[in-house]
Design a protein. Structure first.
Length: 164
């Protein structure tokens, strides 16, 4: 695994993708939860980097092999010799109690990417109950069923991207 923690609390490391197309974002619902979330998942032992993990997750969940990942610093790089591999736009840590009443900690790295209009999405039905391109205005509405943290991340990245 790319990152390990030497503490007694189990820490999950995940990558997630905020994928945009024409002012809408690709969100998913899993059969175990009715809330909309960002696609992605846990880092696996064969993932060497975080970008490897998020690329693998997007390919597994949607059969998408090409994402144009954006980086907060990429717009500042002007040299032709530098190729942007993508880096997380944001990361955060969540502490929670699991279904067996154990203390857990999750660290999630959120990548921001663009998908072309003609890309075909084929969801992995074993994991994805439903997927949908959801307009930004709908996501930030008060009654949209997602976690507050997801809504805040989408708002922050959307506001940042509008300034580019």
């Amino acid at each position: 695994m790319l990152i390990t923690y030497a503490n007694t609390m189990k820490t999950e490391i995940c990558t997630r993708a905020l994928l945009m197309n024409q002012n809408s974002y690709l969100l998913v619902r899993h059969s175990s939860d009715w809330k909309w979330v960002l696609p992605g998942g846990h880092i696996e032992k064969d993932d060497i980097t975080l970008i490897d993990a998020v690329n693998r997750e997007i390919e597994e969940e949607f059969w998408i092999q090409t994402v144009s990942w954006l980086s907060p610093i990429a717009s500042c790089l002007k040299e032709d010799a530098i190729h942007n591999l993508g880096c997380p736009f944001i990361s955060y840590e969540v502490k929670y109690i699991d279904r067996k009443w154990r203390n857990r900690k999750k660290v999630e790295y959120i990548f921001y990417g663009l998908l072309e209009d003609n890309i075909q999405i084929i969801p992995q039905v074993e994991e994805i109950f439903e997927y949908k391109w959801i307009p930004y205005s709908e996501i930030i509405s008060d009654d949209f069923p997602t976690f507050t943290s997801i809504k805040n991340i989408i708002q922050a990245i959307h506001t940042y991207a509008e300034k580019l």
